[in-house]
Each structure stands twice: as structure tokens, then as C-alpha cells.
Design a protein around this ligand. Structure first.
Ligand SMILES: *[C@@H]1O[C@H](CO)[C@@H](O)[C@H](O)[C@H]1NC(C)=O
Ligand SMILES: *[C@@H]1O[C@H](CO)[C@@H](O)[C@H](O)[C@H]1NC(C)=O
Ligand SMILES: *[C@@H]1O[C@H](CO)[C@@H](O)[C@H](O)[C@H]1NC(C)=O
Ligand SMILES: *[C@@H]1O[C@H](CO)[C@@H](O)[C@H](O)[C@H]1NC(C)=O
Ligand SMILES: *[C@@H]1O[C@H](CO)[C@@H](O)[C@H](O)[C@H]1NC(C)=O
Ligand SMILES: *[C@@H]1O[C@H](CO)[C@@H](O)[C@H](O)[C@H]1NC(C)=O
Length: 457
């Protein structure tokens, strides 16, 4: 369905913050010292067990079998879910948290988001999620912006679910349906909406990057046509930017954008490499959603957004390379947890030997996936770690990841309660700083020579 959109507005002039030291990528600090704002707009109940029970949730060993996720909660409590989640959103991340992040020198956050934050995308017959998240995202971004912290918008929980039995997808299920044309299309509409918001909404002025998909399935055999989705993701960001009046190198002889009116512009766009049939279809479906949400305007900034993917080596079995999709600035994300097995033997010596000889940055660079940052990592271990080990473990990881574009710890905090026990010791950045494992200045380490005994010749 085609809908006429009026996407024009008088843009208020606002001065907005950019960090002094810019990397090769527009808007990002030259070295990312970051944290994830996990369990805020995509709630993972294991990170806040007492609050979850107090909200009315449940805990169970297999997360699909009880009220362990947002989906199950919204299905169980359709009348009160929005109000209960609003309470969580306001208490889990507010000015107190921003002040704490500023105090420890954090310059970047990665914000996990669900597709349901763009509410018209949700099929309410079969999909259940709380409403009201977008206003919370605006609130949080504005607080961060006031503090000089930039944000990566991370599409963390995709329509149809991208990975089985994980709370981080918003719904624990083995029915993985993301890798279908219907759900790719919905994710691309989400992408266009987020691109528009990032350029026209003053609260989004510090949103400098959009990550396409968090932790897609590792076996590329299970992600059909994902390489084409990656290309469409970048095309949608750039096509949307073009229509908003963002200078877009490489767009050839396309007409200069006049007023950002998608509907008026589209028929005049002759470019076919970027404005493919699918991209046009996505943009046409985006317009009524923008109208419904009251989002309009021309771009306030003239810088392109950074497109961001999990790195090529996240997947195996002949994966597509997201570097092949790049048009303009692009960054790559790798996640590294030792606590889930498969990386190193479960003992301190093996962990340090592994991290001190990490070759992921070089392996990615050889395939064009540069710059690379480590968008998730933490201090958890498969063994009971001593304090002495956690000092080394924090230092060695920071030194390894800083050889790339930097790092973002998972998570900025977790619940501290009797029920949560020791969870915060290895999963909370703020607690790790308080305990001293993580230095208060994130660019420093306790022992710069921590790796010396472990580096192979
Ligand atoms: C943030 O939320 C916490 C938990 O509800 C609360 O204690 C704190 O006062 C809040 N901070 C602000 C500035 O609202
Ligand atoms: C990937 O999935 C295919 C099809 O199920 C399977 O044959 C292959 O062994 C898997 N590869 C890995 C590395 O698990
Ligand atoms: C936007 O484009 C549509 C279709 O061409 C047109 O009907 C409408 O008047 C335009 N709006 C503005 C503000 O230019
Ligand atoms: C494409 O470009 C030609 C001129 O090169 C122009 O006449 C035409 O209106 C443009 N749009 C379409 C949809 O062909
Ligand atoms: C770690 O310590 C806890 C509590 O002291 C104990 O129950 C558990 O068995 C220990 N785990 C390992 C792997 O040693
Ligand atoms: C919690 O951590 C402390 C060390 O800080 C340790 O003594 C204690 O055994 C841990 N408890 C559990 C249940 O692992």
C-alpha cells in the first residue's frame, strides 16, 4: 500500500556533542571504552532475578517453559505489561546510572533493542511485547547525549527470533523464523525507521551506528540469504539517508534531494544498485509507520551513520562477508565469552594463554572486517575465579580488545540481591570497577605486563 507522507519540518537548531577525538568512523571515539545497556529495553531475566519475580515473572531451567521472557510476560499479563515494564525501564536506566558511567570514563554505549520498539511492526495476533519503549529510548539517549556519551543502536532481538532458546531474543523458542523474506523485510523497515530517527530526532543526535543483527546463528547453513539481507541493510540505511538529504558519496547521478518527502522522491530515483525493488518496497512500507509515529524532518546532521555487523568470523560453514555489503562507513563486532566453553580449557593459565595470543582482529582484517570492536565480553569464568585472577583477567582482555577499535563490556550492571548472589562480581562493569578488577580510568590497566608470561614466541 502506498501512502503519502509529509516528511518535512522546521528543524530546531540544537548544538550537540561530539567527542573530541574522532576515529576513522564518524562520531565514534578513537578508542571505544564502552558498556552495554543490557536488560533495559530487551529484558533478560537472569540478570535481575529478584526484580523479575517481583514483576510477576518466573524462573526455570529451560527458558521456553515458564514466564522467563518479555514475550511470555506480555502474553500472560496483557492488561498490565506496559505499566509494569515502564517501571522497569525507568528504574533500570536513569540519571543515576549515567552519572556512574561518566564517573568511570565510559565514552560509548551499545543499546540492545527489540524489533517491537517500532510498534507497528508487531503482529498483535501472534506476537506479544510491551509498548512504550521508543519514548524510553529517547529519554535514555538524551541523558547520554547530555553526558557526552555516544550510542550504537543494536538490533538485538529480531522479528521471528534469530537464535533458539535465548532470552536475549525476547522470546525463548526453537521456532527460529528470522531468516525468511517476511522477517528480513520487517527488520529492514525497523532499520529505515531507526535511520530516520537518528538523523531527524534531536534526542538521537548521539546515535552514531546501527547494528543489523545481534548474534545471528553461527552455522551459515541455518541462515539462508543472510548475505543478501546484509546488503539490503546497508542499502536501506544509505537510501533512507539519501532521501533525508545526507550527502552520500557514490550515488552517481541521482537527483538532489529537495524536501525529504519519501513518496515524492522515490519515483525520481533512477539508481538501481541501492534503490533495488526490495529497498523501494521497504521505504514505501516505512512511510506510513513514520506518519503513525509522528516522525518527520530532514536530516539535522550531514554525517552518514555507521553500519555495523557481527564480523564474518562470527559465522562458520561458508558465511557471507559483511564487508561485501559496505557502502560508506562500517564497523564490525565480535563477542567473546570464555564461560560458555569452546574457547579455552577451564583454568586460569589456559584463559590467559588464549587471550594474550588472540588473533581475531588480524583474522578479521585479512578479510576486510576492519575496524573491529568487541561489543560483548565480561569477567565470567567456568571455574571459581580468585580475586587475583580477576585482576589479570580484566587487564588481559582490555589489552587484547584495545588493539582493535575498543570494547563494550556486558553489562553496565546486573542486579545485586540475595537471589542474584555473586552475579555482579563478574557480570557488572560498575561492580568490577568498585572491586578494583577494572581500573577506574578505562584506558588504563592494573598491570600492563600481565600478558608477558603468556605470549607465544
Ligand atoms: C534511578 O532508579 C533508581 C532505582 O529505582 C532510584 O533509586 C534512583 O533514585 C533513580 N535515579 C533518578 C535520578 O531518578
Ligand atoms: C552446519 O549445518 C550443516 C547442516 O545442518 C551441517 O551439515 C554442518 O555440519 C554444520 N556445520 C557446523 C560447523 O556445525
Ligand atoms: C509528498 O509527496 C506526495 C506524492 O508526490 C505529494 O502528494 C505531497 O504533497 C508531498 N508533500 C510535500 C510536503 O511535499
Ligand atoms: C530517470 O531519469 C530520466 C532522465 O535521465 C528522467 O527523465 C526520469 O524521469 C527519471 N525517473 C524515472 C523513474 O525514470
Ligand atoms: C564454586 O564454588 C561454589 C560455592 O563455593 C561451589 O558450590 C562450586 O562447586 C564451585 N565450583 C567449581 C567449579 O569449583
Ligand atoms: C562469591 O564470591 C566470593 C569471593 O568474592 C567467594 O568466597 C564465594 O564462595 C562466592 N560464592 C559463591 C556461591 O560462588
Amino acid at each position: 500500500m502506498r501512502t503519502t507522507a509529509v516528511i518535512s519540518l522546521v528543524i530546531p537548531f540544537l548544538s550537540w556533542f561530539l567527542p573530541a577525538a574522532l576515529a576513522g568512523l564518524p562520531g565514534l571515539p578513537s578508542k571505544i571504552y564502552g558498556v552495554n545497556l543490557g536488560s533495559w529495553l530487551v529484558l533478560e531475566s537472569w540478570m535481575l532475578p529478584q526484580e523479575w519475580l517481583d514483576m510477576g515473572g518466573q524462573m526455570c531451567d529451560v527458558c521456553s517453559e515458564c514466564i522467563a521472557t518479555e514475550f511470555a510476560f506480555a502474553q500472560a499479563y496483557p492488561k498490565t505489561v506496559d505499566q509494569i515494564f515502564a517501571g522497569h525501564w525507568l528504574s533500570w536506566f536513569n540519571q543515576t546510572d549515567v552519572d556512574a558511567l561518566v564517573d568511570v570514563g565510559i565514552n560509548t554505549v551499545r543499546i540492545p533493542l527489540g524489533y517491537w520498539i517500532v510498534e507497528p511492526l508487531v503482529d498483535r495476533q501472534t506476537e506479544f511485547y510491551p509498548r512504550g519503549g521508543l519514548a524510553q529510548l529517547r529519554r535514555g539517549l538524551q541523558l547520554l547525549q547530555n553526558a557526552g556519551i555516544v550510542a550504537i543502536l543494536d538490533h538485538h532481538a529480531l522479528p521471528g527470533v534469530q537464535t533458539p532458546n535465548q532470552m536475549f531474543t525476547g522470546r525463548c523458542t526453537t521456532d527460529v523464523e528470522f531468516y525468511t523474506s517476511y522477517n528480513y523485510h520487517r527488520a529492514l523497515i525497523w532499520t529505515s525507521v531507526m535511520t530516520v530517527l537518528s538523523h531527524v530526532d534531536p534526542a538521537f543526535a548521539n546515535a552514531v551506528a546501527i547494528e543489523a543483527v545481534n548474534e545471528e546463528e553461527m552455522n551459515a547453513t541455518d541462515t539462508p540469504n543472510y548475505g543478501e539481507f546484509q546488503k539490503d541493510f546497508v542499502r536501506v540505511v544509505r537510501a533512507t539517508e539519501f532521501l533525508l538529504g545526507v550527502p552520500t558519496p557514490g550515488f552517481g547521478a541521482m537527483p538532489a534531494p529537495a524536501n525529504g518527502n519519501f513518496t515524492a522522491m522515490l519515483p525520481n530515483v533512477n539508481e538501481t544498485a541501492i534503490f533495488t525493488a526490495e529497498v523501494r518496497s521497504v521505504l514505501e512500507d516505512t512511510v506510513p509507520i513514520l506518519l503513525e509515529l509522528g516522525i518527520s524532518g530532514l536530516s539535522r546532521r550531514k554525517e552518514q551513520l555507521i553500519t555495523n555487523f557481527m564480523d564474518v568470523n562470527w559465522q562458520n560453514t561458508n558465511p557471507p562477508n559483511p564487508a561485501d555489503a559496505a557502502i560508506g562507513p562500517q564497523g564490525y563486532d565480535n563477542h567473546l565469552y570464555y564461560s560458555f566453553g569452546g574457547v579455552a580449557d577451564p583454568n586460569p593459565n589456559a584463559y590467559l594463554t588464549s587471550i594474550c595470543n588472540l588473533n581475531r582482529i588480524q583474522a578479521d582484517a585479512a578479510l576486510g572486517d576492519s575496524p573491529l570492536w568487541f561489543g560483548e565480553w565480561g569477567l565470567p569464568t567456568q571455574f571459581n575465579a580468585t580475586d587475583a585472577f580477576l585482576f589479570q583477567w580484566a587487564d588481559a582482555q582490555k589489552l587484547a580488545y584495545s588493539q582493535g577499535a575498543g570494547w563494550l563490556f556486558w553489562n553496565f550492571k546486573v542486579e545485586m540481591s540475595a537471589l542474584a548472589g555473586n552475579l555482579s562480581r563478574q557480570w557488572s562493569y560498575l561492580e568490577g570497577v568498585r572491586l578494583g578488577y577494572l581500573t577506574k580510568d578505562p584506558s588504563e590497566v592494573n598491570d600492563p605486563n600481565v600478558c608477558a608470561p603468556y605470549v607465544s614466541a
